[in-house]
Design a protein around this ligand. Sequence first.
Ligand SMILES: Nc1ncnc2c1ncn2[C@@H]1O[C@H](COP(=O)(O)OP(=O)(O)O)[C@@H](O)[C@H]1O
Ligand SMILES: [Mg+2]
Length: 245
Amino acid sequence: MSEQPVIQIRNLRKTFTMGKQKVHALAGVDLDIAPGSLTVIMGPSGSGKSTLLYLLGGLDRPTSGTIQVNGRYLDQMDENDLGLFRRKSVGFIFQSFNLIPSMTAMQNVIFPMRFTGVSNKERQKQAARMLSQVGLAKRALHRPTELSGGQQQRVAVARALVNNPPIILADEPTGNLDTTSGFGIMKLLSKLNLEGRTVIVVTHDMRMCQFASNIIYLLDGLTVSEAEYEAASHFEIPEEEPEEV
Ligand SMILES: Nc1ncnc2c1ncn2[C@@H]1O[C@H](COP(=O)(O)OP(=O)(O)O)[C@@H](O)[C@H]1O
Ligand SMILES: [Mg+2]
């Protein structure tokens, strides 16, 4: 990689302790992400994809290892700096949209601007611009229940963009959507990438790969090669099997 990576992850570990049991959700991940790239992260359920994305987004802290974003170490930031990082540097998109049900689309998009010192008028203008960018200018006053799944996710994308973060993180953003609106969200993420943002998407949908500059495979909290991933997938338990609770 000739260009300096925007994200550098070294020996990243996250261990959850459940009673006497330890779960190594990330077991020593090394990863470089180039600026302006679109990375797809693939992996079976429980392989550590969400954990990796949460750590990258500053939503949780690693057990050990380092995460450098634009030359700054997330693992060394205090809560204030990490809060600022979450608001300014990354936009997070969740599988379940996570919109606030009592708020309109517009109010949801404005929400992340609440600590930014931007004037009320400017917030409205900015949010309206974001909503029109995702094709929802006419839905600004609708509440989440008055929108389709695909529209709700587009509101969530607008919300992720409103503070103009250089990095977009999306955790199975099409997982709750039908095939067509799912593809709409993929194209939207690709557009944001082509505009210069670094995008990292966790997904099971192979259609995302056509937009990807690189694909990362995760198994049991570790990155593996495509060949190792393919070989292991033959032994995977079918998705239909109910999960043990
Ligand atoms: N907050 C948590 N407490 C305990 N275990 C967790 C927690 N979050 C994730 N895990 C465990 O860590 C592993 C990886 O989880 P996750 O990152 O959510 O995987 P994925 O997103 O690939 O499905 C799983 O075994 C999961 O049960
Ligand atoms: Mg997950």
